[in-house]
Design a protein around this ligand. Structure first.
Ligand SMILES: Nc1ncnc2c1ncn2[C@@H]1O[C@H](COP(=O)(O)OP(=O)(O)O)[C@@H](O)[C@H]1O
Ligand SMILES: [Mg+2]
Length: 463
């Protein structure tokens, strides 16, 4: 590796990170450090003060460190660059996809000019208005029937993405509430605004490295990439790619990497590094967007401040009136009782479909007859879904949920404290976590907050 290789590699890394090529002072610094000069000598060559050289050098080391995923400074620059230049690390990744085969990614990853895009890209001036985005929807469900309400969350999502430039969106809701469907129906509405769009399910709980590798291979349209082993380095490649191109990534079934038996939103052991991915995507500037579908939101998204408008949470609470269309489609009778059935199952489209089947099978479609057995939960399939949710709860959540379900009226924290064995702090945590999971609802009564279990959960626990 000679100094020209170093300058070329450093220029690529700096350009990928900042959109600017190396300045002549940065080149002088690299050339000087490469031939073991002191900052004093480099300052003389660069015709500026030593303190200025030190400042510029320090910024440069930071950029290169971030891109390579390891700490670079004056004393280790040469050894480190030489080591990783030929090894399986980020430098060889960038050397491979950006230097060795310079055109590969720029030919296939160019944002159409209609798209809003500020990050640097060598092809942004091309006229690609007609170009369709590349989609990978292998893991996505079919479009299917979709009933939309006037206050549709679909519109909310569109606004967040297209007008507010949201970078991280979490769609949370219990199983069957329509998370996958809404994300799937969002795609045709917004796809022309993206260069690349990928849907991945975390159903099989893949490790972060697998997920990132999968996404990067799709974004670069290549499977023969020399991929770094180090997770930080992989993350930095992903973020750079999301800066250079406008990508929409949908990660479905995120609850599969979150743990059971603990308060909501904690990762399973070994999956904590997904949190770093979400944090970087939420906090760093780029034009891409990550959508997470999950039963409960990961705790990290709580740590984003309220004024970070690039990070949004959509909690799905059922279809409301639009759910009547599902009951109509299933041919149910007793239309005047439909609102009761919808309320009982929280407008959850999957639960309503399953219950409608039971009503057709056992009661010839008579909703009133079905409801006359309330509070017995007759539909076994819905029972199984609720059981899966219940089994995920921590012990203190189960303790807090029982008295809430026993009451006919919503209860305040003061009332709950009297019925709860553990400390007040534990109770507060448990209640907050249950709200977070969508299993209980929070309302205001007079000047206090009161809590009630959603009716299906109550029915499940009491039958
Ligand atoms: N708005 C909707 N209109 C009609 N059917 C819907 C709607 N949303 C969801 N569904 C149906 O409800 C079922 C559950 O939806 P899904 O998106 O898979 O839920 P989740 O991903 O939250 O578990 C699917 O059969 C889906 O087709
Ligand atoms: Mg789903």
């Amino acid at each position: 590796m000679d100094v020209q290789d170093v300058l070329k590699l450093a220029d690529e890394l700096v350009f990928a990170k900042t959109g600017k090529h190396l300045s002549s002072l940065q080149e002088t610094i690299l050339t000087g450090v490469w031939s073991s000069q002191k900052y004093e000598e480099i300052a003389e060559n660069g015709k500026c003060s030593e303190s200025h050289v030190k400042r510029v050098a320090s910024d440069l080391w930071q950029i290169i460190s971030a891109m390579l995923g390891e700490d670079i400074n004056k004393s280790n620059l040469k050894a480190t660059l030489e080591r990783i230049y030929f090894s399986n690390n980020v430098s060889s990744f960038w050397k491979d996809v950006k230097i060795g085969r310079m055109n590969v990614c720029t030919e296939t990853l160019h944002p159409p000019s209609a798209k809003q895009s500020s990050p640097p890209t060598q092809t942004s001036t091309e006229d690609n208005t007609q170009q369709k985005p590349q989609l990978d929807l292998r893991d996505a469900p079919d479009l299917g029937t979709f009933y939309n309400s006037p206050s549709s969350p679909l519109t909310t999502l569109e606004t967040w993405i297209l007008e507010q430039n949201c970078r991280l969106i979490t769609i949370a809701g219990m199983a069957g509430s329509g998370k996958s469907s809404i994300a799937r129906h969002l795609i045709p509405q917004i796809q022309t605004q993206f260069d690349r769009l990928i849907w991945r399910s975390l159903r099989t709980s893949p490790r972060l490295e697998i997920t990132i590798k999968n996404i990067i291979q799709f974004l670069f349209d290549r499977t023969d990439i020399n991929f770094p082993d180090n997770t930080d380095a992989q993350l930095s490649i992903l973020i750079e790619t999301l800066r250079e191109n406008r990508c929409l990534i949908i990660l479905d079934d995120l609850q599969q990497i979150l743990s059971s038996g603990q308060l909501a939103g904690n990762y399973k052991p070994g999956y904590e590094n997904y949190g770093t991915l979400f944090k970087l995507i939420g906090e760093l500037p780029h034009n891409s967007c990550l959508i997470l579908n999950t039963w409960e939101p990961p705790l990290d998204i709580l740590t984003f401040t309220d004024d970070n408008s690039a990070v949004c949470l959509l909690q799905l609470t059922g279809l409301g009136e639009a759910a009547t269309e599902i009951l109509r489609e299933k041919g149910l009778l007793d239309e005047e009782r439909w609102p009761d059935l919808i309320e009982l199952y929280q407008g959850n489209p999957l639960w309503l479909k399953l219950v409608a089947q039971t009503i057709n099978n056992l009661f010839c479609g008579r909703v009133a007859q079905y409801l006359s057995y309330e509070p017995v939960l007759i539909c076994e399939e819905v029972g199984q879904i609720l059981q899966q949710h219940y089994q995920r709860l921590s012990e203190i959540e189960k303790q807090a949920l029982a008295p809430i379900c026993n009451e006919t009226e919503p209860v305040s924290l003061t009332q709950l404290t009297a019925k709860f064995q553990g400390s007040q702090a534990e109770l507060f945590k448990a209640v907050r976590s249950l709200v977070w999971r969508g299993m209980i609802e929070k309302n205001i009564r007079g000047d206090e907050t009161v809590f009630s279990a959603i009716m299906a959960v109550k029915q499940y626990l009491n039958s």
